[in-house]
Design a protein around this ligand. Structure first.
Ligand code: G1P
Length: 299
């Protein structure tokens, strides 16, 4: 199974940092943001390749995921084996690239990987958010298996005044994940999706459950994306093709807690994610708190 990470954007929210460095390569602690997403994409056992949808403006992305044996040898020769190993790991990840050179929307970005996907179900992970070590995509896969291999998306409740920032689902709660017994908007509830709308006005939103950016999709969606017209914001929207998919196939949604993941979509969220993970990191927490000194009181 393939996992797709759309990553062709210009990262304008992070300018001037992203003038020369792709947003996806900005570090969270000592690792680029996108590596967390790639590692998350590889958690489900069946994923054999992560396809990054890149733009030709960002060749550094391919360089990062390429092997660099000369640099590794240099580090080892200088006694830096642990760092050499980290460089090695980045070059070993099963990552490939396709290109989207015009910003035509998320639906178009996903469609750019159609040939890689073929006739198999696939994952899509949006890169402004990552969920380390929580097996979110694995849980989605289990829900899919319980429903005959149907498409499954992760959703979460959002305040009514924020629905217009997201894709919102319509549907009904039909069960729960594992033995959680969750219902309604509770974490672990499973919904059958009956409709989807991208960035609705609050009065048009069919629920408060938004798509958090983790999708397990039927390959049929690629055919629908090929003919998808422009939607919200004048862009080709993945949500619109998913709405069309509902005419032919079933789709389910798993309610997750978005706070189990880390947001890196804005400079403020990125900074908070760095702080949160620094505090969680056994090797860094003490030094991080000491470096902050008395300026900020952290737990
Ligand atoms: C995209 C999707 C939207 C989803 C959101 C999650 O929107 O189109 O359905 O809810 O990601 O972050 P974007 O953030 O690209 O506007």
């Amino acid at each position: 199974m393939k996992a797709i990470i759309p990553a062709a954007g210009l990262g304008t929210r992070f300018l001037p940092a992203t003038k020369c460095t792709p947003k996806e390569l900005l570090p969270v602690l000592d690792k680029p943001v996108i590596q967390y997403v790639v590692e998350e994409a590889l958690e489900p056992s069946g994923v054999d390749e992560v396809v990054i949808v890149n733009s030709h403006e960002k060749p550094q992305m391919e360089a990062y995921f390429s092997p660099d044996p000369k640099f590794e040898d240099y580090l080892r020769a200088h006694g830096k084996d642990a760092l050499a190993q980290k460089v090695h790991q980045a070059g070993e990840l099963p990552v490939s690239f396709v290109y989207q050179d015009e910003p035509r929307g998320l639906g178009h970005a996903v469609w750019c990987a159609a040939q890689k996907v073929g006739d198999q179900p696939f994952l899509v992970l949006l890169g402004d958010y990552f969920v380390p070590d929580r097996q979110m995509c694995v849980r989605m896969q289990e829900v899919s298996q319980q429903h005959g291999g149907a498409s499954v998306i992760a959703v979460a409740p959002v305040p009514a005044d924020q629905v217009s920032r997201y894709g919102i689902i319509a549907g009904e709660c039909v069960g729960s994940y594992g033995d959680s017994g969750a219902t309604g908007e509770q974490e672990g509830a499973v919904w059958r999706v009956t409709g989807l709308v991208e960035k609705p006005a609050p009065e048009d939103a069919p629920s408060r459950l938004f798509i958090v950016g983790r999708y397990l999709l039927s390959p049929r969606i690629m055919d629908l994306l090929a003919t998808q017209g422009k939607g919200a914001g004048g862009e080709i929207q993945l949500t619109d093709s998913m709405e069309r998919l509902l005419e032919e196939e079933q789709m389910y949604a798993l309610v997750v807690d978005p706070d189990e993941g880390c947001d890196t979509g804005t400079p403020a969220a990125w900074a908070a994610t760095n702080a949160r993970l620094a505090l969680r990191d056994p090797q860094m927490a003490a030094a991080f708190k000491e470096a902050l000194g008395d300026e900020v009181k952290l737990g």
